[in-house]
Design a protein around this ligand. Sequence first.
Ligand SMILES: [Fe+2]
Length: 297
Amino acid sequence: MAEQRGQEHLHRAHQRHAPVRDHAEVERLGANGIAREVERGHELDCGDERGKQREERRRPGGWPDGVSPSRAGVGTTPGQPAWTPALPDFPLEVLTRCQRAIGRRNACSEGPHFDRILARHRQLHDLARPLVRADYNHALDVWQWIVRLDRGASLAVQIAALFHDVERLASEPERRVEHLAPDYQRFKDAHAREGSAVTHAVLLAAGVAPATCRRAAELVAAHERPSDDREVALLNDADALSFFSLNSSGYADYFGPEQTKKKVAYSWNRMGPAARAKLPGVRLRDDVRALLDEVTS
Ligand SMILES: [Fe+2]
Protein backbone atom coordinates (compact mmCIF):
# COMPACT_ATOMS: atom_id res chain seq x y z
CA MET A 1 0.00 0.00 0.00
CA ALA A 2 2.79 2.38 1.01
CA GLU A 3 4.68 1.44 -2.13
CA GLN A 4 1.60 2.10 -4.26
CA ARG A 5 1.17 5.50 -2.64
CA GLY A 6 4.83 6.20 -3.31
CA GLN A 7 4.41 5.31 -6.97
CA GLU A 8 1.34 7.48 -7.32
CA HIS A 9 3.23 10.32 -5.72
CA LEU A 10 6.13 9.82 -8.12
CA HIS A 11 3.74 9.66 -11.04
CA ARG A 12 2.16 12.96 -10.02
CA ALA A 13 5.60 14.47 -9.54
CA HIS A 14 6.62 13.48 -13.04
CA GLN A 15 3.40 14.80 -14.49
CA ARG A 16 3.63 18.11 -12.69
CA HIS A 17 5.19 21.03 -14.42
CA ALA A 18 7.26 23.39 -12.34
CA PRO A 19 5.21 26.38 -11.18
CA VAL A 20 5.32 29.35 -13.50
CA ARG A 21 6.82 32.49 -12.06
CA ASP A 22 4.29 35.00 -13.27
CA HIS A 23 0.83 33.60 -13.80
CA ALA A 24 -0.68 36.96 -14.75
CA GLU A 25 1.85 37.37 -17.56
CA VAL A 26 1.17 33.87 -18.82
CA GLU A 27 -2.57 34.56 -18.87
CA ARG A 28 -1.95 37.78 -20.76
CA LEU A 29 0.15 36.01 -23.39
CA GLY A 30 -2.47 33.34 -23.90
CA ALA A 31 -1.91 30.01 -25.58
CA ASN A 32 -0.97 31.46 -28.96
CA GLY A 33 1.52 33.89 -27.50
CA ILE A 34 3.17 31.18 -25.46
CA ALA A 35 3.29 28.87 -28.47
CA ARG A 36 4.99 31.59 -30.53
CA GLU A 37 7.60 32.23 -27.85
CA VAL A 38 8.29 28.54 -27.39
CA GLU A 39 8.60 27.89 -31.10
CA ARG A 40 10.96 30.80 -31.56
CA GLY A 41 13.08 29.88 -28.57
CA HIS A 42 13.31 26.27 -29.66
CA GLU A 43 14.33 27.03 -33.21
CA LEU A 44 17.03 29.39 -32.07
CA ASP A 45 18.40 27.23 -29.31
CA CYS A 46 18.51 24.20 -31.61
CA GLY A 47 20.32 26.13 -34.32
CA ASP A 48 17.43 25.47 -36.64
CA GLU A 49 18.28 27.11 -39.94
CA ARG A 50 14.69 28.18 -40.61
CA GLY A 51 14.62 29.91 -37.23
CA LYS A 52 17.94 31.59 -37.90
CA GLN A 53 16.77 32.80 -41.28
CA ARG A 54 13.58 34.17 -39.80
CA GLU A 55 15.56 36.00 -37.11
CA GLU A 56 17.93 37.32 -39.77
CA ARG A 57 14.96 38.79 -41.62
CA ARG A 58 13.79 40.34 -38.39
CA ARG A 59 17.20 41.74 -37.56
CA PRO A 60 19.41 42.13 -40.66
CA GLY A 61 23.09 41.86 -39.78
CA GLY A 62 22.58 39.28 -37.06
CA TRP A 63 23.11 39.51 -33.34
CA PRO A 64 26.13 40.60 -31.34
CA ASP A 65 28.37 37.82 -29.99
CA GLY A 66 27.08 36.30 -26.81
CA VAL A 67 23.55 37.60 -27.24
CA SER A 68 20.86 34.95 -27.33
CA PRO A 69 18.09 36.29 -29.57
CA SER A 70 15.48 34.26 -27.72
CA ARG A 71 16.41 36.17 -24.59
CA ALA A 72 17.25 39.53 -26.07
CA GLY A 73 13.93 40.25 -27.73
CA VAL A 74 13.46 40.33 -31.48
CA GLY A 75 11.60 42.59 -33.85
CA THR A 76 8.70 40.84 -35.56
CA THR A 77 8.84 43.00 -38.68
CA PRO A 78 11.74 45.06 -40.08
CA GLY A 79 11.24 48.66 -39.10
CA GLN A 80 8.88 47.81 -36.26
CA PRO A 81 9.79 48.27 -32.60
CA ALA A 82 11.71 45.33 -31.14
CA TRP A 83 9.62 42.65 -29.57
CA THR A 84 10.80 41.73 -26.11
CA PRO A 85 9.68 38.46 -24.56
CA ALA A 86 7.45 39.18 -21.61
CA LEU A 87 9.16 36.41 -19.69
CA PRO A 88 12.73 36.26 -20.96
CA ASP A 89 13.53 32.73 -19.80
CA PHE A 90 10.08 31.34 -20.35
CA PRO A 91 10.29 30.05 -23.94
CA LEU A 92 13.38 28.00 -23.31
CA GLU A 93 12.07 26.64 -20.05
CA VAL A 94 8.81 25.51 -21.61
CA LEU A 95 10.34 24.02 -24.72
CA THR A 96 12.85 22.16 -22.62
CA ARG A 97 10.16 20.75 -20.39
CA CYS A 98 8.04 19.47 -23.26
CA GLN A 99 10.63 18.77 -25.95
CA ARG A 100 9.94 15.04 -25.90
CA ALA A 101 6.61 15.83 -27.56
CA ILE A 102 8.30 17.83 -30.32
CA GLY A 103 10.31 14.94 -31.72
CA ARG A 104 12.88 17.04 -33.51
CA ARG A 105 14.96 15.00 -35.95
CA ASN A 106 17.90 15.50 -38.29
CA ALA A 107 18.89 13.93 -41.60
CA CYS A 108 20.07 10.74 -39.86
CA SER A 109 16.74 10.17 -38.12
CA GLU A 110 14.34 11.29 -40.84
CA GLY A 111 12.12 8.72 -42.47
CA PRO A 112 10.37 5.42 -41.90
CA HIS A 113 13.46 3.54 -40.72
CA PHE A 114 13.68 5.66 -37.60
CA ASP A 115 9.88 5.57 -37.25
CA ARG A 116 10.18 1.79 -36.90
CA ILE A 117 12.93 2.11 -34.30
CA LEU A 118 10.79 4.56 -32.32
CA ALA A 119 7.82 2.19 -32.56
CA ARG A 120 9.91 -0.78 -31.37
CA HIS A 121 11.26 1.30 -28.50
CA ARG A 122 7.72 2.33 -27.55
CA GLN A 123 6.55 -1.32 -27.60
CA LEU A 124 9.07 -2.17 -24.89
CA HIS A 125 7.40 0.22 -22.46
CA ASP A 126 4.23 -0.47 -20.52
CA LEU A 127 3.14 3.11 -19.97
CA ALA A 128 0.55 2.11 -17.38
CA ARG A 129 3.43 1.61 -14.96
CA PRO A 130 4.53 4.99 -13.58
CA LEU A 131 8.24 4.27 -13.37
CA VAL A 132 8.31 2.76 -16.85
CA ARG A 133 6.46 5.79 -18.18
CA ALA A 134 9.02 8.04 -16.49
CA ASP A 135 11.83 6.07 -18.13
CA TYR A 136 10.12 6.29 -21.52
CA ASN A 137 9.73 10.06 -21.21
CA HIS A 138 13.35 10.35 -20.12
CA ALA A 139 14.54 8.32 -23.13
CA LEU A 140 12.69 10.61 -25.55
CA ASP A 141 13.98 13.64 -23.70
CA VAL A 142 17.61 12.45 -23.88
CA TRP A 143 17.16 11.87 -27.61
CA GLN A 144 15.90 15.43 -27.97
CA TRP A 145 18.84 16.78 -26.00
CA ILE A 146 21.18 14.87 -28.34
CA VAL A 147 19.69 16.53 -31.42
CA ARG A 148 19.68 19.86 -29.67
CA LEU A 149 23.33 19.65 -28.63
CA ASP A 150 24.50 18.31 -31.98
CA ARG A 151 22.38 18.96 -35.07
CA GLY A 152 24.53 16.46 -36.97
CA ALA A 153 24.15 13.65 -34.41
CA SER A 154 24.59 10.20 -35.96
CA LEU A 155 21.88 7.58 -36.17
CA ALA A 156 23.77 5.38 -33.70
CA VAL A 157 23.98 8.01 -30.98
CA GLN A 158 20.31 8.92 -31.39
CA ILE A 159 19.36 5.26 -31.03
CA ALA A 160 21.68 4.94 -28.03
CA ALA A 161 19.86 7.87 -26.42
CA LEU A 162 16.54 6.05 -26.78
CA PHE A 163 17.87 2.75 -25.42
CA HIS A 164 20.52 3.84 -22.91
CA ASP A 165 18.39 3.02 -19.84
CA VAL A 166 16.56 0.02 -21.28
CA GLU A 167 18.07 -2.20 -18.58
CA ARG A 168 15.79 -0.50 -16.05
CA LEU A 169 12.80 -2.22 -17.64
CA ALA A 170 14.12 -5.40 -16.04
CA SER A 171 15.62 -4.08 -12.80
CA GLU A 172 13.47 -1.12 -11.76
CA PRO A 173 9.98 -1.24 -13.27
CA GLU A 174 8.24 -1.22 -9.89
CA ARG A 175 10.67 0.48 -7.57
CA ARG A 176 14.01 2.22 -7.78
CA VAL A 177 17.00 0.54 -6.17
CA GLU A 178 19.97 2.70 -7.12
CA HIS A 179 20.09 4.34 -3.68
CA LEU A 180 20.64 0.88 -2.15
CA ALA A 181 23.79 0.18 -4.17
CA PRO A 182 26.87 -0.08 -1.93
CA ASP A 183 29.05 1.05 -4.84
CA TYR A 184 27.16 3.51 -7.03
CA GLN A 185 29.62 3.56 -9.94
CA ARG A 186 29.71 -0.23 -10.03
CA PHE A 187 25.93 -0.30 -10.05
CA LYS A 188 25.89 2.15 -12.96
CA ASP A 189 28.52 0.18 -14.88
CA ALA A 190 26.45 -3.00 -14.59
CA HIS A 191 23.35 -1.07 -15.70
CA ALA A 192 25.21 0.17 -18.79
CA ARG A 193 26.68 -3.23 -19.64
CA GLU A 194 23.38 -5.08 -19.40
CA GLY A 195 21.54 -2.31 -21.24
CA SER A 196 24.08 -2.59 -24.03
CA ALA A 197 23.35 -6.30 -24.53
CA VAL A 198 19.59 -5.68 -24.62
CA THR A 199 20.03 -2.78 -27.03
CA HIS A 200 22.06 -4.89 -29.44
CA ALA A 201 19.61 -7.79 -29.40
CA VAL A 202 16.50 -5.62 -29.83
CA LEU A 203 17.97 -3.56 -32.65
CA LEU A 204 19.30 -6.55 -34.53
CA ALA A 205 15.92 -8.26 -34.33
CA ALA A 206 14.31 -5.05 -35.57
CA GLY A 207 16.38 -5.13 -38.75
CA VAL A 208 18.81 -2.32 -37.93
CA ALA A 209 22.13 -2.58 -39.79
CA PRO A 210 24.66 -4.64 -37.77
CA ALA A 211 27.26 -1.85 -37.73
CA THR A 212 24.69 0.59 -36.31
CA CYS A 213 23.58 -2.00 -33.73
CA ARG A 214 27.19 -2.51 -32.64
CA ARG A 215 27.90 1.21 -32.35
CA ALA A 216 24.69 1.99 -30.47
CA ALA A 217 25.39 -0.88 -28.05
CA GLU A 218 28.97 0.33 -27.59
CA LEU A 219 27.71 3.81 -26.70
CA VAL A 220 25.19 2.44 -24.21
CA ALA A 221 27.90 0.29 -22.60
CA ALA A 222 30.15 3.32 -22.12
CA HIS A 223 27.59 5.95 -21.16
CA GLU A 224 28.09 5.97 -17.40
CA ARG A 225 31.79 6.84 -17.55
CA PRO A 226 33.64 9.94 -18.75
CA SER A 227 35.16 9.35 -22.18
CA ASP A 228 37.25 10.95 -24.88
CA ASP A 229 34.85 9.46 -27.40
CA ARG A 230 32.87 12.44 -28.64
CA GLU A 231 29.61 10.52 -28.93
CA VAL A 232 29.90 8.95 -25.49
CA ALA A 233 30.50 12.43 -24.08
CA LEU A 234 27.46 13.69 -26.00
CA LEU A 235 25.29 10.92 -24.57
CA ASN A 236 26.58 11.66 -21.07
CA ASP A 237 25.77 15.34 -21.55
CA ALA A 238 22.28 14.65 -22.83
CA ASP A 239 21.53 12.15 -20.07
CA ALA A 240 22.69 14.53 -17.35
CA LEU A 241 20.80 17.46 -18.85
CA SER A 242 17.65 15.39 -18.97
CA PHE A 243 18.08 14.54 -15.31
CA PHE A 244 18.08 18.24 -14.50
CA SER A 245 15.42 19.39 -16.94
CA LEU A 246 12.88 16.58 -16.68
CA ASN A 247 13.57 14.22 -13.80
CA SER A 248 15.22 16.12 -10.96
CA SER A 249 12.09 17.29 -9.11
CA GLY A 250 10.51 13.81 -9.31
CA TYR A 251 13.82 12.29 -8.23
CA ALA A 252 13.96 14.59 -5.21
CA ASP A 253 10.38 13.68 -4.24
CA TYR A 254 11.11 9.98 -4.52
CA PHE A 255 14.58 9.75 -2.98
CA GLY A 256 14.81 12.76 -0.67
CA PRO A 257 17.50 15.43 -0.39
CA GLU A 258 20.47 13.30 0.66
CA GLN A 259 20.36 10.96 -2.34
CA THR A 260 19.37 13.82 -4.64
CA LYS A 261 22.46 15.76 -3.65
CA LYS A 262 24.61 12.77 -4.66
CA LYS A 263 22.75 12.49 -7.96
CA VAL A 264 23.10 16.20 -8.65
CA ALA A 265 26.87 15.99 -8.05
CA TYR A 266 27.15 12.85 -10.19
CA SER A 267 25.21 14.46 -13.02
CA TRP A 268 27.11 17.75 -12.85
CA ASN A 269 30.42 15.90 -13.00
CA ARG A 270 29.33 14.03 -16.13
CA MET A 271 28.69 17.22 -18.05
CA GLY A 272 31.07 19.02 -20.38
CA PRO A 273 31.16 22.80 -20.84
CA ALA A 274 28.59 22.83 -23.67
CA ALA A 275 26.05 20.96 -21.57
CA ARG A 276 26.70 23.08 -18.49
CA ALA A 277 26.09 26.17 -20.62
CA LYS A 278 22.55 24.90 -21.28
CA LEU A 279 21.62 24.78 -17.61
CA PRO A 280 20.60 28.45 -17.35
CA GLY A 281 17.81 27.65 -19.82
CA VAL A 282 16.56 24.82 -17.62
CA ARG A 283 13.95 25.50 -15.00
CA LEU A 284 14.93 23.86 -11.72
CA ARG A 285 12.73 23.58 -8.69
CA ASP A 286 14.06 25.63 -5.80
CA ASP A 287 15.26 22.67 -3.73
CA VAL A 288 17.14 21.19 -6.72
CA ARG A 289 18.59 24.60 -7.56
CA ALA A 290 19.84 24.91 -3.97
CA LEU A 291 21.50 21.48 -4.16
CA LEU A 292 23.13 22.37 -7.47
CA ASP A 293 24.41 25.64 -5.99
CA GLU A 294 25.77 23.73 -3.04
CA VAL A 295 27.50 21.14 -5.22
CA THR A 296 29.04 23.69 -7.58
CA SER A 297 30.04 26.37 -5.07
FE1 LIG B 1 19.42 8.07 -18.33
